[in-house]
Design a protein around this ligand. Structure first.
Ligand code: HEM
Length: 343
């Protein structure tokens, strides 16, 4: 069925909202009443209709507006999209993967036609109809990663694999939870994860890296990450911290429901066929507390997760200032009933 795309903003007047149908498909990420980092990876396979796993690259009602927001960020700061010269083949791998997944998953919105290396790509929601030669960047209006990144919800990082490590050598990153591509580009797996507390000591990154280095072609994997954001702002980058950092001081017991958002990242990892690089898709979903508590078991569980979060994670996720108000607000939705395992 064709998706009805919303017209909305992720800045200034913040008109972003989820429709009731979109709330029902929100990827609530907590299988338990408390949360700690772990190597929470599982095969990225298709799931039930009406969930974010219906297709392997998810497109939802926010697509068109998210792409408009990305265009604004790139206009202000072109360094949000970077690729080192040796990543050109991986850029093409990425373009192919995303076009194929979208055309297969949403034929009413996207069509890919191949005649040898001559490809035609139609993206109806964004009004794009381009013919180009696969592998020849001069036949596209911009490099392949930027071209497809401007048409894909979520940030894309492409990591090169060499010396038994992964290197962040390309990306298009405009919807990130306070990290910078421009700062991280060229770093390896342990280096860019340097600021994360507790997980290094617990061997989480060592195990995750070992697993990823052996990721086979055609068997993508996924995990969830989460944090919180004040106002439905996609671009919470260090570059723009002066614009959003102070939002954290605006939360009051009265406006928690509207202002405080759960920010869930569905992260998928794909081996790329020609380059042997890996595509890391970080897809961000936002939902405010009013929306979250419309599902009673989510309200109950999030109250418990937030209330029992280790201090190191509270600090790292930047939620210190408004956590207590949010926990107090959510307590109205927690009747103390036992919750079952799973979301
Ligand atoms: C955080 C990138 C895979 C676990 C981060 C950050 C980046 C990042 C840039 C932010 C670090 C900062 O504060 O500056 C990536 C990339 C990956 C990848 C490009 C794939 C190639 C993984 C995997 C795990 C993982 C497989 C599994 C354990 C984490 C955790 C955090 C994190 C726990 C902290 C998140 C939070 O509390 O908000 N990652 N990551 N990452 N990453 Fe990864």
């Amino acid at each position: 069925m064709a998706i009805v795309f919303r017209q909305e903003t992720f800045r200034d007047d913040f008109t972003y909202r989820n429709s009731p149908e979109n709330i029902r498909r929100f990827p609530f990420p907590f299988p338990d009443d408390n949360y700690m980092y772990s190597v929470n990876m599982e095969p990225h396979v298709k799931g039930a209709k009406g969930t974010v796993f219906e297709n392997l690259i998810d497109v939802d009602e926010h697509y068109v507006s998210e792409m408009a927001d990305r265009a604004l960020v790139l206009k202000q700061d072109p360094l949000r999209c970077q690729a080192l010269p040796h990543m050109m083949q991986a850029q093409w791998d990425t373009l192919e993967l995303i076009m194929e997944q979208k055309a297969e998953g949403y034929p009413e919105h996207f069509t890919l036609t191949k005649d040898g290396n001559r490809w035609r790509w139609i993206n109806r929601p964004l009004g794009i109809d381009d013919t180009f030669t696969f592998g020849d960047a001069t036949t596209l209006p911009m490099e392949p990663l930027e071209y497809i990144g401007r048409q894909t919800q979520g940030d894309l990082a492409i990591v090169d694999q060499r010396e038994n490590n992964l290197w962040m050598d390309a990306g298009i990153v405009t919807t990130q939870a306070d990290w910078s591509l421009d700062f991280d580009v060229g770093m390896n797996f342990m280096e860019w994860h340097g600021p994360v507390p507790l997980a290094h000591q617990q061997g989480v990154f060592e195990r995750a890296l070992k697993f990823l280095l052996n990721l086979p072609l055609g068997k993508p994997t996924r995990r969830f990450n989460w944090t919180m954001t004040i106002n439905p702002r996609l671009d919470t980058s260090p570059e723009n911290f002066p614009k959003w950092g102070t939002d954290r001081t605006t939360v009051t017991p009265e406006n928690v429901g509207e202002k405080v958002h759960l920010r869930v990242e569905l992260q998928t990892l794909w081996r790329l066929p020609r380059s042997n690089a890996m595509l890391f898709v970080i897809r961000c979903y936002l939902m405010n507390m009013n929306e979250l508590v419309t599902v009673p078991k989510w309200g109950r569980r999030f109250h418990r997760v937030l209330g029992s979060l280790p201090p190191e994670l509270i600090d790292y996720k930047g939620i210190t200032r408004y956590r207590d108000d949010t926990v107090a607000w959510l307590s109205k939705y927690d009747d103390g009933a036992p919750t079952s395992a799973g979301t």
